[in-house]
Design a protein around this ligand. Structure first.
Ligand code: AKG
Ligand code: FE2
Length: 210
């Protein structure tokens, strides 16, 4: 098999925000998209907002090492065991980052599935205490290309889009969660509504001390 041709793009110098195109190469990336869409036990958990339960506007799943547990909204979550294909992707990402001089060792992945342009994720930073002080998060996009919107917390610089094509890896380095928020906004696109998109965010959860 020829090595997929990859290229790094620097979206921001500081904090470091990078994109690598062609992480897995095709047809491997497209095969992975369809395999994960079919084999992952996708869920649509509900969130309580102003006293009412709302299903989140996308599907998701959480996988990782057994000790990569975290607390959210006062509840304890344990990851599902790794899907074998995701362990391979994790190794691939870690190798790519090592090649860029960036050591990383992930122990969990949050998978998001967006079926259409209505599916979305609101403004947030990935700044849960379990992720540590200055986390490095690497997110693989598969399927429909959509923009991840970034805005600065201090609002001094304009918001911007990071377009995430099929088989691209977005790396949010130390400081990204402190200084920026990001969101996957809904897209109407009457002529070209986006189709299925998966996003896999690899993270390192610090095991809880107790
Ligand atoms: O779907 C995306 O590109 C973003 C996902 C994300 O921000 C997250 O999982 O925290
Ligand atoms: Fe995020």
């Amino acid at each position: 098999m020829p090595m997929p041709s990859t290229a790094w793009h620097t979206l921001l110098d500081s904090p470091p925000l990078w994109r690598l195109d062609g992480l897995l190469g095709d047809p491997a990336a497209t095969r992975l998209l369809h395999r994960l869409a079919a084999e992952i036990p996708w869920e649509r958990p509900t969130l309580r907002l102003y006293g009412r339960e709302h299903p989140i506007p996308r599907h998701q799943a959480w996988m990782g090492d057994p000790q990569a547990r975290y607390r959210y909204s006062g509840r304890d979550f344990s990851p599902l065991p790794w899907h074998p294909a995701l362990l391979e992707v994790k190794a691939e990402i870690e190798a790519c980052l090592a090649g860029r001089g960036q050591a990383a060792s992930f122990n969990s992945v949050l998978l998001n599935r967006y079926d259409d342009g209505e599916a979305r994720m609101g403004w947030h930073s990935d700044d849960e205490p379990e992720l540590g002080e200055a986390p490095l998060i690497a997110a693989l996009s598969l399927g429909a290309e959509r923009p991840l919107r970034f805005r600065w917390k201090d609002r001094r610089t304009a918001a911007f889009n990071a377009w995430l094509p099929h088989d691209s890896l977005l790396v949010m380095g130390p400081g990204c969660q402190d200084m920026l928020q990001h969101a996957l906004l809904p897209r109407k696109g009457r002529n070209h509504p986006p189709g299925l998109r998966l996003n896999l965010t690899f993270r390192r959860i610090q095991p809880r001390q107790r």
